[in-house]
Design a binder for this molecule. Structure first.
Ligand code: DAT
Ligand code: MG
Length: 136
């Protein structure tokens, strides 16, 4: 079941020069970078992307953070890649994300906002289709 998913390397990952480290993990797992671009997303794009979280207390800080610098948007392809990338990324909160995961190994929680967790990955086939259409 070949799928495509949207991976974002968030502004914290780009600022910390972790683009190569993160993409290496995706490629080492056997996934293919089908398309990729680096830019600072508009708040309009982020409001659409994070529509499911609108109204939650972390929504506006999340949009501020995500629009604070460049992100790398990746169209990632592979067998069961939607679930597989979520597994590589680890739990949302970097403090509890397991070692071996991107967030567990590299995510930092020094009292920073929890959303500074390096990466985003679509959570279902429906989300992947919707998000890929927004970003690519
Ligand atoms: P994920 O990125 O693991 O899919 P999510 O979709 O629930 O997590 O939330 C999107 C982003 O919003 C997440 O990467 C970080 C931020 N976030 C989620 N829950 C939060 C919370 N309780 N406090 C602050 N930020 C939060
Ligand atoms: Mg999510």
């Amino acid at each position: 079941m070949t799928q495509q998913t949207l991976v974002l390397i968030k502004p914290d990952g780009v600022k910390r020069n972790l683009i190569g480290e993160i993409i290496s993990r995706l490629e080492a797992k056997g996934y293919v970078v089908a398309d990729l671009k680096k830019f600072t997303p508009t708040k309009d794009l982020l409001h659409k992307h994070y529509a499911e979280h609108e109204g939650k207390p972390f929504f506006e800080p999340l949009v501020e953070f995500m629009s604070s610098g460049d992100v790398v948007a990746i169209k990632l392809e592979g067998h069961r890649v939607i679930e597989g990338f979520r597994s590589l990324a680890g739990a949302t909160d970097p403090t509890v994300a397991l070692p071996g995961t991107i967030r567990g190994d590299l995510g930092r929680d020094w009292g920073l906002k929890v959303q500074q967790n390096l990466v985003h990955g679509s959570d279902s086939e429906e989300s992947a289709a919707r998000e890929l259409a927004l970003w690519f």
